[in-house]
Design a protein around this ligand. Sequence first.
Ligand code: HEM
Length: 412
Amino acid sequence: MNDRDVLDPSALDRIDLADPALHHAHDLREVWRHLRDEAPVYRHERAGGEGFWVITRYDDVAAVYKDGETFTSERGNVLDTLLSGGDSAAGRMLAVTDGPRHAALRAVLGKPFSPRSLEVVVDSVRRGTQQLLREAVERGSCDFAADVAAHIPLAAICDLLGVPPADRQHIIDLTSTALSSADAPATPEATWASRNDLLLYFSELAESRRAKPYDDVVSLLVTKEVDGRPLSHEEIIFNCYSIIMGGHETTRFAMIGGVEALVEHPEQWEALRGGDKVSAAAVDEVLRWTTPALHSGRTATEDVFLGGEFIEAGDVVTVWNASANRDERVFSDPGRFDLARTPNKHLTFAYGPHFCIGAYLARAEIGALLEGLRTMVAEIEFTGPRRRIFSNFLSGLSTAPVKLTPAPGFGG
Ligand code: HEM
């Protein structure tokens, strides 16, 4: 079942791919297919503002990701900032920093995201997920988005950053307005206010860790040097912000989308339940299928030919993970949800120098959810309308009312 209209490619001249309402209301799979086949490097002119390049084939998307010199992230890495004059965190926040500074920052920030360092966090993810699912199954029905999926990634990030439990709901509320929008397009004022509140929150947390460091990422940022100098207060705050924005909603939408896919593909649900564990392939197929980050953005630093098209220095270039992950040149039968799919080199976490730093954690969270569902739930049904977010960057459901039937032996 598809809750959105599949948009006909003939509408391409009339749509604005930067419009959050477009992605909210329409399934663009046929538009992407058309672009991959007919115009893989496409100049998207917009009546209401600056145009940009739209890259839709897997190989071209990977080539842009790989070449951070020609396609910089330092003027923003998502459409919203690229089209509004740049990112104020450029050169200071990991995702919008390139070159040697990026490598040095990543060397420090990467450590707490290694499988070894994450052991305790992942353990707590597994326990927390079991607990949340147990409560949801006992209640019988719930909003899977708000009651289960929202809590898992946020708890993990808060564990990593050292955010006290009492502040977590506040952080959930701020992130959902700051990045995507649950039920209506957020006003720019509301978005900016939430972003500022988040920055302020991390500013205070950093101050308190400076006075008394703990074993968490904020303490690491306030005590470590990068390139022989300590990080500035702004750099610390921007990078906390980047971790919460990078890891919370993305993973949450992958989880909700995974549940939706399992409901819509009962044979895959049966295969998951029938197996004796959750395979890595199953987790990766959920990631490919859901592709929570629709696009990434770059700016060309020099004139360059890509796919036979001439891109000028200064042009905004967008790569669409949502399209690359369904490219029939790379994936066999890409429109099929197949938990046993191998190989599955999806671009959900990007590729190259900015490859997602939280990929291991995100995979562990999705794995924990699938494991909990597989062992505790016999049947999942939607009991009311699902609501899709308004965003040109993220894709997912903000509301997903479900009934969960316990598996035989549950609670026994
Ligand atoms: C980078 C997607 C989970 C933190 C990225 C990028 C993508 C992405 C596409 C590259 C952006 C670009 O090239 O401009 C996702 C998805 C996730 C996820 C789909 C979940 C399903 C996480 C988690 C964290 C995280 C759990 C942290 C807790 C980051 C950071 C970067 C990043 C800090 C910047 C890396 C760099 O620039 O070197 N992510 N992410 N992400 N992600 Fe994730």
